[in-house]
Design a protein around this ligand. Structure first.
Ligand code: GBH
Length: 453
């Protein structure tokens, strides 16, 4: 027998964390079971025209009752780290006030099953499912939401701190503030004036700080915590000094109200002069909370904008030509170098010492199961090309410690409903049958060999 020698690629560090990610509202279903309260997405998805086909979160993947099957599948694929979120309205149906013991009991069962399957939980406190009762009182525009969140965060760490050591405060502040109150395509879809919008960012930053404080106070030994941000990432058109400098300036400007505020210990003079009279109202002590040190930064990286140095050296956005390749999500232009520049700029601009990719993946519409197989070669190639750019960043000294693929399985993709599939595991939404796609088998090999195949 002739021996076939396989191509070799450099490996990842021995302790590199490989995982998959999901979020409670996108997979759990059981939207009104066991005392769970209504979330803004439960409400929003029922408004005419807000989600594709009027899809709701009511059943989703029914992970609520199928979690054991899902953990068994993760285990078979060799997945040892799993990022998930807790549904705030399951614990506090009214946002604040009475705690729902059935919600606490559910997540205890979930964590027990996960740990029994040898899977380490990475838990996000908040992935967009604000209790509707809080929205009815003003939602993210009101400081009372911050007070309610602080109680929620303390309760969560008290309850689960012995089982969970890796904590993520908030997922993608922009998506539940700017997109939700400024653009309106995400729940609650209520447009507000610029000053109020800036206030929603500030309230979100405060919640981040409260979650950090909760983990520090009640998390026990070994607990660590960080934010997950979808930083606005720009990609220098060419990797020349001028374009790289332009990209860096642009990155700092576009993220100054979130990462800039957290890592800078306050709002920068540049930001304050840009927003003028619409600046957020800041109370004494706010930045003690907001800027408390964290252990890592989570980055959700999908795509980026191309930037170059304009004539005066100022950064200039370069529009994408018609036909530039993208996934089926209109916004997901294929630009694997986002992995390189996203991590490198966060490290350089904010001095971040440890970075996790908390999401990266791609959405496509039609991946039929044929003879028990889903041939999502496009997703496999997406993963491979993005990991190569991540490895390039690490090679250049960017401190990346782990990668979570979005998503473990097809799920409720917000306004795109169930049409847009991001999973490496196919879900038949009629039967709820799970079928690992080709990309799942590929990723399982990457994890097993700790290198890009
Ligand atoms: C993440 O969102 C979410 O965390 C996750 O829940 C979601 O399922 C996943 O990614 C896939 O979408 O300004 O018009 O260019 C990423 C959400 C979508 C936010 C694109 C910014 C930009 C739209 N991002 N959006 S636009």
């Amino acid at each position: 027998m002739s021996k076939i020698s396989l191509p070799s690629t450099p490996g990842f560090p021995e302790n590199f964390i490989w995982g998959v990610a999901t979020a409670a509202p996108q997979i759990e279903g059981a939207a009104f079971a066991d005392g769970k309260g209504e979330s803004v997405w439960d409400r929003f998805s029922r408004l005419p025209g807000k989600t594709h086909h009027g899809d709701t979160l009511d059943r989703a993947c029914d992970h609520y009752s199928r979690y054991e099957e899902d953990f068994a599948l993760m285990r078979r694929l060799g997945i040892r780290h799993y990022r998930l979120s807790i549904a705030w309205p399951r614990l506090f149906p009214n946002g604040d006030g009475a705690l729902n013991p059935a919600g606490i009991a559910y997540y205890h069962r979930l964590f027990d099953a996960m740990i029994a399957a040898g899977i380490t939980p990475w838990v996000t406190f908040f992935h967009w499912d604000l209790p509707q009762a809080l929205e009815d009182r003003g939602g993210w525009t009101q400081r009372l939401t911050v007070e309610a969140f602080a109680t929620y965060a303390n309760t969560v760490v008290h309850a689960f701190g012995a089982k969970v050591k890796n904590w993520i405060t908030l997922n993608e502040i922009r998506c539940f503030t700017y997109m939700a109150y400024g653009v309106g395509n995400k729940a609650p879809g209520r447009l507000v004036a610029p000053a109020e919008l800036n206030q929603t960012y500030h309230h979100a930053l405060l919640c981040h700080g409260h979650a950090v404080r909760a983990v520090r106070q009640f998390g026990g030994p070994g607990a660590r915590v960080g934010l997950t941000d979808n930083s606005d990432v720009c990609l220098p058109v060419t990797e020349t000094a001028a374009d790289v400098a332009a990209a860096r300036t642009w990155f700092a400007r576009r993220n100054e109200h979130l990462l800039g505020a957290i890592y800078g210990g306050g709002y920068s003079p540049a930001y304050l002069s840009r927003v003028g009279a619409d600046a957020p109202k800041v109370a004494a002590g706010d930045f003690d909370l907001i800027s408390a040190p964290t252990d890592f930064l989570g980055l959700n990286l999908y795509t980026g904008h191309f930037v170059r140095a304009g004539r005066d050296g100022e950064p200039e956005l370069v529009p994408l030509p018609a036909g530039y390749p993208k996934a089926d999500s209109y916004w997901l232009h294929l630009a694997p170098q986002v992995m390189y520049w996203g991590t490198r700029l966060a490290h350089e601009v904010y001095g971040v010492k440890e970075i996790f990719i908390t999401e990266n993946g791609c959405g496509y519409n039609d991946e039929p199961v044929v003879d028990g197989e889903v041939c999502d070669l496009h997703r496999k190639e997406f993963i491979r090309s993005h990991l190569r750019e991540l490895q390039r960043a690490m090679h250049d000294g960017v401190p990346v410690a782990g990668y979570f693929l979005w998503s473990f399985m097809d799920n409720f993709e917000w306004e795109d409903g169930y049409e847009r599939r991001f999973g490496i595991v196919h879900v038949d939404f009629a039967t709820l049958k799970r079928t690992p796609k080709l990309s799942a088998h590929y990723y399982a090999q990457v994890i097993a060999q700790n290198r890009i195949l």
